[in-house]
Ligand binder design. Sequence first.
Ligand code: C2E
Ligand code: MG
Ligand code: MG
Ligand code: MG
Length: 290
Amino acid sequence: KAKEVGRNTYEFYEAELNQIAIRRHQLANEMRQAIKNEELSLVFQPQLNIQENKVIGAEVLLRWHHPILGHISPGEFIPIAENTGLIREIGSWVLDNACKKIAECREIGHEIRLAVNLSALQFRQSNLPESIAATLEKYRIPPKLLEVEITESMLMRDVSQAIDILERLKEMQIRIAIDDFGTGYSSLSYLRRLPLDALKIDRSFIDEVVVDADDTAITLAIISMAKSLRLEVIAEGVETEQQQEFLIDNNCDDIQGYYFSRPLAFEDFKAFLEKRSQQECSSSQSKANQ
Ligand code: C2E
Ligand code: MG
Ligand code: MG
Ligand code: MG
């Protein structure tokens, strides 16, 4: 009997693994068409400086709407694209489009910074700095309006090569942020040697930051470390007013998360910027009148 149950479980597993493999295979194949068929799009999640209550920019997030399978999350398809190498093409599509959006925002008077996620493969591409430079040039945008996000694990794979790439990006005056900070195992002594601008505290710490003593301690430690290394610090995945208050009180610079705004389609993002700049304008006027 036990043997039978065991076998059934195994067969069930096998069937499920097959399903996963089939879907991966299907996604890998159909991703090739996705760019051409305009199934990829970008959404923009605003970032707020909580000390000054000012929008500082947005993170650019990739979306894939498959004609039959519907929405496929980047958490699922980015690793596949990374395996097939298609991430190179997708990554440069993202960069090109992000820069184009920076230019479009400037045209309507919003000098806004956009942050783009780099994949591991893209980061190690030897011509990455040149291709970013060419894209900035193409849309005539100042490099300080572009931020790249990389993860700790991408840095630690080959530290001296990573330093070399980062220094080339830094020379171009592009901003560099470490994404999902705290989840990898980066050595703190390396951090000091890297030309970084910001740390993004991973959302797994923010989730229970006001109720879990460990998460409180880790978040405070990251903020204080960032401050002493003169890095900006931004908290990801802020979903409640309590979390935001906690971060304001403890000197975190910026936040990003559903509480301030969900990721927005470009038209909605522009409307959001318009509305905010009217608010910021009237609140600074009322301060001046006081
Ligand atoms: P990430 O770079 O850490 O991006 C933040 C993720 O957290 C996004 O998920 C965002 O929608 C989500 N998020 C933001 N605020 C909240 C919140 O308050 N609560 C919760 N629960 N989630 C929140 P998304 O868009 O599904 O992206 C997942 C990951 O896929 C990203 O994590 C990033 O690693 C990767 N990714 C997305 N776009 C790109 C891209 O263009 N290129 C590359 N290489 N990777 C990308
Ligand atoms: Mg990111
Ligand atoms: Mg993150
Ligand atoms: Mg990530």
